[in-house]
Ligand binder design. Sequence first.
Ligand SMILES: Cc1cc2nc3c(=O)[nH]c(=O)nc-3n(C[C@H](O)[C@H](O)[C@H](O)COP(=O)(O)OP(=O)(O)OC[C@H]3O[C@@H](n4cnc5c(N)ncnc54)[C@H](O)[C@@H]3O)c2cc1C
Length: 475
Amino acid sequence: MEGEIGLIAELRAELGADAVLTDEADLAGFVEDFRGRYKGRALCVVHPSSTEQVAFVVRRCAAQRIPVLPQGGNTSLCGGAVPRTTGPAPVIVSLSRMRRIRVVDAANRSIEVEAGCILKTVQDEAAVLNCLYPVSLGGEGSCQIGGTISTNAGGTSVLRYGNTRDNVLGLEVVLADGSIWNGLRGLRKDNTGIDLKQVFIGAEGTLGIITAATLKLHPLPTHHALAWFAPANPEAALRVFEMFQANCGSRLCAYELMNERQLQLVVERVPERRNPLADPHAWHVLVELSDTRDGAGMEDILQRTLEEAAEANLIQDAIIAMSDTQRANLWEVRHSVTEANKGAGVGLTTDCSVPISAVPAFIDGATHAVRQIVPGLDIVIVGHMGDGNIHFIPMFSFPAWQALVDARSMAEALRRAVNDVAHRLGGSFSAEHGIGQTGLAEMAHYKSPVELATMRAIKQALDPENIMNPGRLIP
Ligand SMILES: Cc1cc2nc3c(=O)[nH]c(=O)nc-3n(C[C@H](O)[C@H](O)[C@H](O)COP(=O)(O)OP(=O)(O)OC[C@H]3O[C@@H](n4cnc5c(N)ncnc54)[C@H](O)[C@@H]3O)c2cc1C
């Protein structure tokens, strides 16, 4: 049976009627992102329960050149998981029924999970084994392992454990022709040619559908020491970071920066959040140390480093968390920024990374560039300073935004101004959120012709009919 109706009938016959949704009301949550910024249309949403079913869906779609859009938790911040409004409507392949933990190998410190497992579930499963799966981010209760791998998610532990890419040992992928590549190897060393899994990590569903992964686990830290302090300025925050690195080595696991405006928004807009320090300060840092067995001395090192920094006039105030509850409360302040910023105005989020040494120059340069365009504009800054990733957010009030003659051009000009500063400093315009549809123009602008041509060659080789998430990632 050919045609869209025939395809849907085939999919129902193979997957079961309840696994193929076509009603508009049922599709609503899949064709729009959670912030309501992007909306597209889909032929149907399918819920396969096995890798073989995913392969069947892709094979049947490939036969009719119907696009395929893999979807995880639909938490993408760049419209990557939402279908297009133009071209043939895709089949959305939701991985949410593929949630099995397949193999646990505690001695190898690895776990094999299906792609639809929620990130938080994997973290919890690892903790039962006394292990840590270190990828951690605000959306961890909703995003799926497949989504985090396809976006190479970063988060708050990159400083110590790397990005998602650094924590994937093996993958199972359904390719664009419906064949299955089983690369589920739990190996730390494997020099047998091109490392294929790296091609699919961060590919945002444009090269195939990840159906399972073997993930790297780490020893579970059981002791933590955390402080919140006010550095005099970003330059001082950088110097204190160097002191922490020198004094704490690999125990340093988080170094997060925010400006006063960001903290104000959290305190004003999220219930039960408070300024951790007694007075307002221009800049804030959350720093955390952790260790697996011997916590002794960690608070001393933290205290001594802060004292050293205070003596050098680099910090103005600090507190050390005295209990697990206080520590959790301080992390809550950091994790509340997305909720606080949503609805606070129109925030033009950017996601730049620069060499860590260039963070102060980036903040200075971007502030200057933005205020050249809109004098006095509110600027919200929050970022993972320890890995050089700063979310620099020019923020309009709703009335100011509505008063703009051409809001879209303004948004583009401001984002470009910020990204230009990062680019001049050797940085990237997308450190962790990915490209999706938001970043396509920037890809075309900043990537060299050689780099783009190489990406297109890989896409052409693996998906010659361009059915996998077309119109995303590669301009
Ligand atoms: C509150 C909040 C905080 C966040 N904080 C951070 C942060 O600190 N650091 C960070 O890096 N990110 C952050 N993010 C973004 C987050 O990393 C991504 O949204 C998440 O990794 C995507 O996972 P998902 O399962 O929701 O994927 P989706 O949003 O469903 O999909 C994202 C992309 O991956 C593709 N995809 C999904 N599943 C598969 C699969 N199985 N195979 C192939 N392709 C697939 C989709 O086609 C799409 O292109 C945050 C998001 C939220 C909502």
